[in-house]
Design a protein around this ligand. Structure first.
Ligand SMILES: [Zn+2]
Length: 204
């Protein structure tokens, strides 16, 4: 019994350390901090659990421009937003909830003045809605976790998908490759430790 409690304590300590590391906010390129959420919450059927916040809560967390784009389906003027000409190696996460959306490896120069990607980093992190505004029929893309507006997807992109995700830079945050990999490793450790801790609980 004594042995078991010691091992549970060890797992708990280790888990706390891993959590602390995982929860460490990452300072994005403009200095504002954001938590990168490697594994967003999912229900028993594997569907993403929506992040729900009031408009006031979003306003408190986002800049005015981010709020306008993400929560009011705004559009930044071409060539004026973040990242449209960035070629850095890393991952773009949602500026609202921190979920990874696009890898820089899928970014291409579309010449449109908006950051463009041929695919999402995890397929179901980006959701699609039919958008009939402005007398057009377009496909809106949103962050599937917080329902934040990202932009639109078109069928004139490059190989291998032929898709062009045309995204407002202010809906994204860039995390460089090393920082992203460190967050990912910490998240994997946390998942492993949780599994171990479940085993310890069921052994009791
Ligand atoms: Zn989001």
């Amino acid at each position: 019994m004594r042995h078991l409690s010691l091992s549970v304590m060890f797992v708990l300590c280790f888990s706390l350390t891993a959590c602390a590391e995982f929860a460490g906010a990452y300072a994005a390129d403009d200095g504002k901090e954001i938590d990168v959420v490697i594994h967003p919450e999912r229900d028993d059927d594997g569907r993403l659990v929506p992040v729900q916040k009031t408009a006031d809560e979003w306003r408190a967390e986002l800049t005015d421009t981010e709020f306008y784009i993400l929560r009011e389906k705004g559009t930044e003027r071409a060539f004026t937003g973040r990242y449209h000409d960035s070629k850095e190696d890393g991952v773009y996460v949602c500026a609202g909830c921190g979920v990874p959306l696009y890898d820089s490896e899928a970014k291409f120069d579309s010449g449109t003045g908006w950051p463009s990607y041929y695919e999402a980093i995890v397929a179901d992190h980006v959701g699609e809605n039919v958008d009939r505004s402005h007398g057009m029929r377009r496909t809106e893309i949103v962050c599937a976790c917080c329902d934040g507006h990202l932009g639109h997807v078109f069928n004139d992109g490059p190989r291998p998908t032929g898709k062009r995700h045309c995204v407002n830079g202010y809906s994204l945050r860039f995390v460089d490759r090393d920082a992203y990999e460190a967050q990912k490793a910490a998240a994997e450790v946390k998942v492993e430790v949780n599994a171990e801790s479940d085993q310890a609980a069921s052994a009791e």
